[in-house]
Ligand binder design. Structure first.
Ligand SMILES: [Zn+2]
Length: 263
């Protein structure tokens, strides 16, 4: 008995060390995120993902017409296990940065207060909860801007947000230090092969890759063709035994659980 017990204990230890750090027991994680609540996400992306039983995370700007006019469809997407996520109420960006001529005075983050952006993010959480009933939410920084007047505006929101996606193009290790600025690859004009190469690299290095899409087959100046997107998701489906396709929130919760299991 003692030998048997020792053996079981050792086996548990081995399997814990092998699997605890795995991406849901797969080589890598792939998170597909889509920003700015575009019509094309509802019309093209979600049907394409659904046809392969894949999941996406949709960073929604709650005051945008594409969100407010199509609430039942976003609700349906959530019911279908896609993630509805917070991309603020009005999408404020810092107009004082270079190349920001598109920023209007009303929604210039450079003239916001931390209180204002905090309230708007909380309001967006409430709007999303009204659709999907969920209290846990992730966030993506509009334009990648993380600060108001030199202060991180998410610092005071950590109780309301599980994690936040940033825009630095890096692969994410399992023990990533900061879940409130997780890197992602901005997609604009890549071919299907180039998108697939990003996944292959994540598989080789045992990391997570987060895709940041805007337009897919149009509707945004940052865009990728429907064909390239189709090639990517077909690759994910074909290699699902090695690739964990999940939502950003599930990936973040997995990383948190892995980190606390190690302590
Ligand atoms: Zn955006």
């Amino acid at each position: 008995m003692t030998f048997k017990r020792t053996l079981t204990f050792l086996l548990c230890l081995v399997s814990a060390s092998v699997f605890a750090q795995d991406w849901n027991k797969k080589k890598c994680a792939v998170v597909l995120t889509y920003d700015d609540a575009l019509n094309v996400h509802l019309d093209k992306v979600i049907p394409a993902l659904d046809s392969l039983k894949l999941k996406g995370t949709f960073y929604l700007t709650a005051a945008s017409q594409e969100f407010t006019k199509r609430l039942p469809e976003w609700k349906k997407a959530a019911a279908n296990k896609h993630e509805l996520a917070n991309h603020t109420l009005f999408h404020p960006c810092d107009g004082s940065q270079p190349g920001r001529s598109f920023v209007t005075a009303d929604y210039d983050l450079a003239t916001y207060s931390v209180r204002r952006i905090t309230d708007e993010i909380k309001m967006t959480n409430a709007a999303l909860e009204a659709l999907d009933g969920k209290k846990e939410r992730t966030f993506a920084y509009p334009c990648g801007d993380t600060q108001v007047a030199g202060v991180s505006y998410v610092e005071g929101l950590k109780g309301e947000l599980v994690a936040a996606r940033g825009v630095q193009g890096v692969y994410v290790p399992k023990n990533t230090a900061d879940l409130y600025n997780v890197g992602s690859f901005m997609i604009n004009g890549q071919t299907g092969d180039e998108l697939i190469a990003l996944v292959k690299k994540a598989m080789e290095t045992n990391r997570m890759v987060v895709f940041l899409f805007h337009g897919v087959g149009g509707e945004h100046s940052l865009n990728v063709s429907l064909e390239a997107h189709r090639q990517l998701i077909q690759f994910l489906k074909k290699n699902e035994k090695d690739i964990w396709n999940t939502t950003f929130i599930e990936a973040a919760k997995h990383m948190k659980a892995t980190a606390s299991a190690k302590k």
